[in-house]
Write a protein that binds this ligand. Structure first.
Ligand code: SF4
Length: 447
């Protein structure tokens, strides 16, 4: 199993009201699909009303030309999410009908039940609670003040973008900045925000800067107001650099690609092994493998072909569908592996099942001579309270077994995780500025 990040957000504000931004949002969401493939949604404001279309599936599957024509407007926000809530109401962007606010967020507000205006708030309703509270505050004060007031109440990790019925776009990031968010522009005509800078590149916007932890932006037809409402206390999610973010993104002003290359170098320094080939499990581990190969001089090989998207089928999966699904996701290139001593590099190990299947495939079906597994993240020992789906501790192989025991379980000749120091040095922030909770069990705030 793979770990799932919680959502990608996007927003665009055209200062010229003749613009129709819905296609920008559409392509922005396609570019953010690495952050969620289960639900997607677009909301726009056209000067009179807010329109929102959302549903289940990938962006290109769900949105047709007809649906996009139903969301015209010069302000637009969107969301992709890796979880599919039971109720369509909880698919993002969520709206508050009373004041017509639409809200797209990435994160988890831990105290959402405590601060909810309703007593029977369901488990997926954190975005609705946030939207409702923000909309209530907007009735009392201006967008900047209203946002500051709700942020005082929120405890957790969040980045959000919202459109109000008055044609304002509100953007905010929590004071710890756990979830990424950045801002860009198209000259003077548009402002754009996205979870990742690569999204801005793809729609042709110029990346400007990360939104600072604790910072609020309010876009209006005449101005962009900005306020550092809370003192930044950065605790950036380390897993963004290891796994969630696209390698072509800059997160918190650090290149994800450079961090991944350094991770590969650290793995090579910490755990060298004599081998004939280095193979990275696509896509995330490819830079790790390249850097490992550069440092050790062991040739890099393309060991697998990955079908780049989630494999979906309307057919109820039988054992056959499951097998085909695995091969579609990751099909080996036999001549790169057969008869060789291989260093296999992956980004993370959760339960160990996927690693065991890959090692078994390489050794027993294809005929690798040796398989040495290197993992580009430290031992994953603890769940994430901030909306990332990591299984409970008793299901995490790293929380329960030593590297030697894991090596036996997955059938590898040797097995190693990157050290904590290795990941911190590779990202390039001091330890105090990172959330490393799922590797250490210590979180920046208590649940
Ligand atoms: S606990 Fe792990 S996944 Fe969650 S925010 Fe912290 S580093 Fe990221």
């Amino acid at each position: 199993m793979k770990i799932k990040e919680k959502c990608g957000v996007f927003g665009i504000y055209a200062f010229d009201q003749k613009w129709n931004v819905s296609r920008f949002v559409y392509y922005g969401l396609i570019a953010s699909q690495n952050r969620g493939q289960e639900t997607c949604g677009i909301a726009t404001y056209n000067g009179n009303e807010i329109k929102c279309i959302k549903g289940r599936g990938m962006v290109e599957e769900f949105f047709t030309a007809e649906k996009l024509e139903k969301t015209p407007g010069w302000i637009g926000i969107g969301n992709v999410c890796p979880f599919s809530p039971e109720s369509t109401n909880n698919i993002q962007p969520v709206s508050d009908n009373k004041t017509q606010l639409v809200f797209s967020y990435n994160g988890k507000i831990l105290n959402f039940k405590e601060i909810s205006p309703n007593s029977n708030t369901g488990p997926d309703e954190d975005p609705n609670v946030a939207a409702k509270l923000l909309s209530q505050e907007l009735e009392k004060s201006d967008p900047l003040q209203a946002t500051e007031t709700v942020m005082e109440k929120f405890k957790g990790a969040y980045s959000f973008v919202a459109i109000t019925k008055n044609g304002e776009m509100i953007v905010a990031r929590d004071p710890m900045g756990i979830k990424p968010l950045c801002i860009g522009s198209f000259g003077f005509d548009h402002g754009a925000v996205a979870s990742e800078s690569a999204t801005l590149d793809i729609i042709g916007a110029d990346y400007k800067a990360p939104i600072k932890p604790g910072e609020i932006y309010v876009f209006t037809p005449y101005s962009i107001e900005r306020k550092q409402a809370f003192k930044p206390q950065p605790k950036y999610c380390a897993f963004e650099y290891v796994y969630f973010a696209r390698p072509d993104s800059i997160i918190n002003d650090k290149s994800v690609y450079e961090a991944r290359m350094k991770i590969g170098e650290h793995l090579a320094k910490e755990f060298p092994v004599e081998a004939d080939a280095v193979i990275g499990v696509p896509e995330t581990a490819i830079p790790f493998a390249m850097a490992y190969s550069n440092y050790t001089g062991t040739p890099i090989e393309m060991g697998f072909v990955r079908t780049g998207r989630a494999v979906r089928t309307a057919i109820k999966p039988t054992q056959f569908e499951r097998l085909v699904g695995v091969q579609l996701k990751l099909n080996p290139i036999r001549s790169a592996i057969r008869g060789k001593k291989v260093v296999l590099i992956d980004d993370s190990v959760v339960r160990g099942t996927t690693t065991r299947n890959i090692v078994n495939l390489m050794r027993n079906r294809i005929g690798a001579k040796e398989v040495h597994v290197r993992i580009g993240s430290p031992r994953l020992i603890s769940p994430c309270p901030f909306g990332v789906e990591v299984p409970e501790k008793d299901e995490l192989i790293a929380a329960n077994l030593t590297p030697e025991e894991v090596s036996k379980v997955v059938g590898a000749d040797t097995f190693a995780w990157l050290s904590l120091k290795g990941v911190i040095d590779s990202i390039g922030f001091p330890k105090e500025k990172l959330c490393l909770g799922c590797f250490t069990g210590k979180y920046p705030i208590e649940e």
